[in-house]
Design a protein around this ligand. Structure first.
Ligand code: HXC
Length: 286
């Protein structure tokens, strides 16, 4: 079969691949999610981010919007633990920006605690933010993602890049091997991975893809501030245990996101994409 060079050009990271498309992202003012949304907006899309903190959410939206003149980015204050609030946020996003074509379930909570000091409420809090929050996010946006795919099908156009109907869940790799002080997060994120699988199975027939990204140790994030020691020796030891010998950059998570949202990722569904320099295969997180 003859294949032209053009077939392989501009499937990913082409200017405008997300033009007229809308991304809904929970926890969108956080370091990792903010960069994921920024990449989407830089490549032509508009976005809505949600968060619990009004100032942080407003500022986050304004910062993201500044990446491209004319970009529309809305910040909505909503707690992922509240289904009604997530439904209302999705409704407002679609009303103000016209649709929801892509989604990221990114809101998360974490802290280090041994099981002996983990109260029932502490465990429940992380389960509610990470697991229930991801479930609520999916429930709120999936009807719009289905509409997005349907609208495209009805237009009769060929499948272009950035069509829509894609959701990404942000998880972690601690539960692949086991990690002390993270019982709450391991339980919560293992469940998040399975929610994504369920979406992949049940919504694949509607043209939706659902995948998980698990960031490894990413420099400059709140997660790293909370979970790792910052003295020079500990940082050096931590990096030495990672096969590529360094911590990741937030842009590397954004790049994985653009890949999964782009036409190049169109056949990836129900996958867990670990972006951690190979860390989990060696020592696990530190
Ligand atoms: C033990 C703790 C604790 C700690 C809180 N709790 N911090 N227990 N050790 N360090 C307990 C509290 O005592 C309380 O239990 C219960 O948890 C709920 O705490 P609240 O403060 O009332 O909850 P809330 O205000 O909802 O805050 C949620 C939170 C908080 C998760 C505790 O840290 C938060 O809002 N985090 C959001 C931001 C965040 O964590 N970002 C990092 C994500 S990084 P009691 O029994 O006293 O009532 C990430 C990394 C992934 O996810 C992996 C990457 C490699």
């Amino acid at each position: 079969m003859p294949v032209s060079r053009e077939t392989f050009l501009s499937n990913v990271w082409r200017d405008g691949i997300f033009k007229d498309k809308v991304l809904f992202c929970t926890g969108g003012a956080g370091t990792i999610c903010s960069m994921q949304v920024r990449a989407f907006v830089a490549l032509g899309g508009n976005a809505c981010i949600t968060g619990r903190n009004p100032e942080k959410t407003e500022k986050g939206a304004a910062d993201i919007a500044s990446v491209r003149p004319g970009a529309k980015v809305i910040g909505i204050v909503a707690d992922v633990r509240d289904m009604k609030a997530m439904d209302a946020a999705a409704e407002r996003c679609a009303a103000e920006l016209g649709s929801i074509d892509f989604a990221i379930a990114g809101a998360a909570g974490n802290f280090l605690a041994p099981m002996s000091q983990l109260s029932s409420n502490a465990f429940k809090t992380v389960m509610e933010i990470d697991t229930l929050g991801s479930f609520h996010t999916a429930k709120a946006v999936l009807p719009y993602l289905v509409q997005s795919v349907q609208k495209h099908k009805n237009s009769g156009k060929a499948q272009p890049t950035g069509t829509g109907g894609r959701i990404i869940f942000i998880s972690a790799s601690f539960h692949f091997r086991g990690q002390p002080l993270q019982a709450h997060v391991m339980a919560a994120k293992a469940a998040v991975d399975q929610i994504s699988s369920s979406v992949a199975m049940e919504y694949g027939p509607h043209g939706i893809t659902s995948n998980v990204i698990t960031p490894g140790p990413i420099a400059g994030t709140e997660g790293m501030e909370r979970l790792s020691k910052s003295d020079e020796r500990s940082v050096k030891e931590s990096k030495a245990k990672i096969p590529v010998g360094r911590w990741g950059e937030v842009k590397e998570i954004a790049d994985a996101t653009v890949f999964l949202f782009s036409e190049a990722g169109s056949y990836v569904n129900g996958h867990v994409l670990v972006v951690d320099g190979g860390q989990w295969r060696t020592t696990g997180a530190d």
